[in-house]
Design a protein around this ligand. Structure first.
Ligand SMILES: [Zn+2]
Length: 198
């Protein structure tokens, strides 16, 4: 039986099972050449951040492909067998269910390398019983990959949650999706109100 506990990771509110592996190396963003934008190495410049200078929106696909090629070469140098071993398959022990928000990259914020985290993300990190996508991911992770830990990770300032808490009609299918949050709030006000803010 899995036991869950609350945890905070860089502003990300997490509920996960105990016994998570210790951080190892940087995560999936490194696969497309993120080291140049490694914000953990120094303070952010607010003006640059707000103006999105150097952000993804000014990069074309060729730039990303070049960054991926550079990452591949770095990996081959540092770990000559990395790709050979990955051809064998993956054996992740963590299932991550998180928000699609670009600020909450799964591997990145828990310091796990490629191959260690099986990931499902959607707007507002929802697990809806009628969502065959999420249900298939969970079934595959538990039944076949036999993951040991399931992390459901929310985060502050979630646009999906904020959208659900307004009276605006966002149009289908987005409106249908955020409605699950409205229903959860309406039906479980007492339990939600009792959750301790970390
Ligand atoms: Zn979100």
């Amino acid at each position: 039986m899995m036991r869950t506990s609350g945890f905070a990771v860089r502003g990300c509110r997490v509920a996960w099972t105990r016994g998570l592996a210790k951080p190892m190396t940087r995560g999936v963003l490194a696969m497309i050449g993120q080291p140049a934008r490694d914000f953990s190495q120094g303070p952010l410049d607010k003006d640059a951040w707000l103006s999105r200078k150097g952000a993804w929106d000014d990069k074309d696909l060729g730039t990303l492909m070049n960054a991926n090629n550079a990452w591949r070469e770095r990996m081959k140098t540092a770990n000559p067998n990395f790709f050979e071993y990955n051809k064998i398959g993956h054996d992740p022990k963590i299932l991550w269910i998180g928000c699609s928000d670009a600020r909450v990259p799964a591997n990145e914020i828990i310091g796990e390398p490629a191959g260690s985290v099986f990931v499902h993300r959607n707007i507002a990190n929802q697990v809806v019983s009628t969502d065959f996508n999420a249900m298939s991911v969970i079934q595959y992770a538990v039944q076949y990959l036999k993951v040991k830990h399931v992390i459901v990770c929310g985060h502050y300032d979630c646009g999906g949650v904020k959208a659900a808490l307004t009276n605006l009609d966002h149009g289908a299918p987005l409106e249908n999706w955020v409605r699950h949050i409205r229903d959860t709030c309406r039906l479980h006000q007492k339990e939600l109100g009792a959750i301790e803010v970390l």
